[in-house]
Design a binder for this molecule. Sequence first.
Ligand SMILES: CSC[C@H]1O[C@H](OP(=O)(O)O)[C@H](O)[C@@H]1O
Length: 368
Amino acid sequence: MKINGTAYRSLWRPTDDNRSIRIFDQTRFPWEVEILALRDENAVAHAIRSMQVRGAPLIGAVAAYGLIFAIQKDASDDALKAAADMLVETRPTAINLRWAIERMVKHLLTLPVEERVAAGYAEADALCDEDVAVNEAIGRHGLELIRQAWKAKGEQGTVNVLTHCNAGWIATVDWGTALAPIYMAHDEGIPVHVWVDETRPRNQGSLLTAFELGSHGVAHTVIADNAGGHYMQAGKVDLVIVGTDRVTAQGDVANKIGTYLKALAAHDNNVPFWVALPSSTIDWRVRDGVKEIPIEERSAEEVLYVTGIDDTNTPSRVRVAPPASTGANPAFDVTPARLVTGLITERGCCDASEEGLRSLFPLDSTTV
Ligand SMILES: CSC[C@H]1O[C@H](OP(=O)(O)O)[C@H](O)[C@@H]1O
């Protein structure tokens, strides 16, 4: 997608330095567009932990290259597995990280040591290209939902979509998941408006989703996380589309903290609640998301402080709780499948259930 009229992916290999990758430092958005060069697995691990790079599919893709940076030094089985373990541990909830690393390790272990670096770059490049194609397909399938909402309104007014956190192109290699249908609807001329949950505590909504939508010219309004239910009650939300970090075999959805509360409000107000995901986000090995999905606990400082810029455009960080107060910061929650209208995948839309998922991804077509 574009930033200031220039087309980018959120991750790329520069032609003049092909043993490195480039990413945006997403902690600087929207105030600055800072590009980081990564050429070492420890720098990749730091970028993921510190959320310079974030978003389930994107952290998987970046970690894939981090694995190659490690085996450039030592491509032995033990070194490969040690680097894989280190990178997988950087963030526990998004299954795409583990999926990408396991895909790379499985491929590289079949090869002689001397072939692993070149083959690794080829596999990571392929993984990125696949992510772009998959997300474009998600966009096309999700676009149909927005078209239906537009028709249901007699093609009058606007289609109002609420989204939580950032599941846009900067959360993936390109296009995004939840935002891909919105971009396509906008480009098709459907008047779409997005309610953007600010998404405390790191404000991926107000800082990243609003930045993305504004860059693409999509109408949007930033709202407090707690306002979504109010707008649903007022009939101002036609559908909710969010991303996800892990979907279980029975359709439970892990996503940014606050998603569960949005799903409850949507269910109470009969607002369709859709979750957009590539199949790399399905974890076929777990069923009960509430019991089985590890929820990342991040620093309480992310809750106790807010980061932004002051009126002099100076980056600032202000405390929003008494000095003596402690905080807690679970980064994700799990929405039970019963609250999910459906899943938007690269192969189409399906119910949030094992039957629904298997209708699109039969057992023989997936790695269990
Ligand atoms: C397309 S995956 C986006 C998903 O990842 C985000 O988490 P984080 O910003 O912490 O990496 C959020 O849960 C989004 O829904």
